[in-house]
Design a protein around this ligand. Structure first.
Ligand code: 5GP
Length: 178
């Protein structure tokens, strides 16, 4: 299945599942190394992160905990820049080594706002791991220490990412066909 139609748009396959999983394994190796002897708190940003988190967790062999928050800043294929916290954090992050797990950093506004919010809660350290990063779209300087794929300025779906609610279940990643 090299193309899929979702709502009004056609998408073509660009990154097969096997490649995504291989690259996430390499990220897990880096985190295993960088956080050896620590017990990081991974913080997944729902909804898009769920497949990334699942694949990453399977490859982490250090002690680690996972929790989820939910934010929303995107509608359709155009960012609104409006960040809304829907589900908050129930546990304390004070003194914890936090790794934020995001599906994609686009303008960076979501991550900038999240770092500001979480920074007031005194974590020992805080890093971002994003499955995808679109450097050409960044509007604010956000330090993404761990990014799995750097991609051009194109709208993608699959492996947890949606187009208006659909496409999250696709195991591969697809680019919109203009
Ligand atoms: P930012 O605040 O960095 O502009 O937006 C981040 C959010 O925008 C992501 O968590 C994701 O929900 C959405 N987003 C940005 N680019 C894409 C894309 O290419 N595909 C999909 N499905 N969502 C995107």
């Amino acid at each position: 299945m090299n193309t899929v139609k979702i709502h009004d748009k056609v998408f073509s396959k660009t990154i097969p599942n096997e490649e995504i999983c291989n690259e996430i394994k390499k990220l897990a190796d880096r985190i295993n190394h960088d956080y050896a002897g620590k017990r990081p708190l991974l913080l997944g940003v729902l909804n898009g992160c769920f497949m990334f988190v699942s694949e990453l967790m399977k490859n982490l062999d250090i002690e680690c905990e996972i929790s989820f928050i939910k934010l929303s800043s995107y509608q359709g294929t155009a960012t609104t820049g409006v960040v809304r916290e829907v589900l908050g954090l129930s546990e304390s992050i004070a003194g914890r080594d936090v790794i934020i797990l995001e599906d994609i950093v686009d303008t960076g506004l979501t991550m900038q706002r999240l770092l500001e919010t979480l920074g007031t809660r005194n974590p020992a350290s805080m890093e971002i791991a994003s499955l995808f990063l679109k450097p050409a779209r960044l509007k604010v300087p956000v330090d993404v220490k761990y990014s799995v794929f750097t991609i051009p300025d194109r709208f993608i779906v699959g492996f947890g990412l949606d187009y208006d609610g659909l496409g999250r279940n696709l195991p591969d990643v697809y680019d919109v066909v203009e």
